[in-house]
Ligand binder design. Sequence first.
Ligand SMILES: Nc1ncnc2c1ncn2[C@@H]1O[C@H](COP(=O)(O)OP(=O)(O)OP(=O)(O)O)[C@@H](O)[C@H]1O
Length: 212
Amino acid sequence: MPNASASGAKLEVRGLHLWRGERHLLRNVSFAVEPGELLQVAGPNGVGKTSLLRCAAGLLPVESGEIFWRHQPIAAQRDTYHSELAYLAHVNALKVDLTARENLLFGVGIRRSVTSEEIDQALARVEIPHCRDLPVRSLSAGQKRRVAIARILLTRPALWILDEPITNLDVGGIALFERCMATHLEEGGMILTAAHQSLLAGRSGVRTLELH
Ligand SMILES: Nc1ncnc2c1ncn2[C@@H]1O[C@H](COP(=O)(O)OP(=O)(O)OP(=O)(O)O)[C@@H](O)[C@H]1O
C-alpha cells in the first residue's frame, strides 16, 4: 500500500516560471494533485512537459514559483519528498550489466528491504518473469520499461511522476500499466504524468493540463 493517504499528502505547484535560454518556457503554471488523482500534462513537442515534471520532482531549479509537498515547500524537505516519489524518465535508469532481479533488489533496496518473493511477484505482475535472471542489456526496450515499472510497484511511493511512461510498451503492456496506475489511485496514490496519449481517459480523478 502506498503511504499517500496517510496524512494530508498533496502536491501543489504555484505560479511556476521557467526560462530555458532566451525562452520563457513555463509561464505562471499552477496545479495541485491530491490522493486518487492523476494529472496529465499535455502539449506539443518542446512545449515544456519534461521540464515541468523535472521541476515538480525537484530535479530542476525554478526561477520563480513554489512547489509544496504535504503543504511544505519541497526545498525544506528534499530527502522526505524524494523518499515519497518515483520519477520515471525517458530513460529507465537501470544498470544494464545487472539482471532484472538484481536491478530490483538494489534499486528498491535503497528505499526499503525487499524479498526475492516480492521481486518474483512484481516481475510476474509486469508479465516478464522469464527475464528475472537475464542481464538488462539483453532485454528489449519494452521489457526494460517493464522492469522500471516493477521497480515503482515495489518501491510503493505515494507520488508517481512519469515522463512518457508507455514509451516502448506494446498494447498489452499499456493495458497492464493502466491497471497498475488505476490500482495506485484507488489506494490513495497520486500521479503526475506527461504523455502524448491519454491515460485512464474518462476515469474520475483524471485531469489534463494543456501547455501552450
Ligand atoms: N538542458 C537544457 N538546456 C536548455 N534548453 C533545454 C534543455 N532541456 C530542454 N530544453 C529546451 O526546453 C524546451 C522544452 O523541452 P522539454 O523537454 O521540456 O519539452 P517537452 O514538452 O517534454 O517535449 P517532448 O514532447 O518532445 O518530449 C525545448 O525547447 C528544449 O530545447
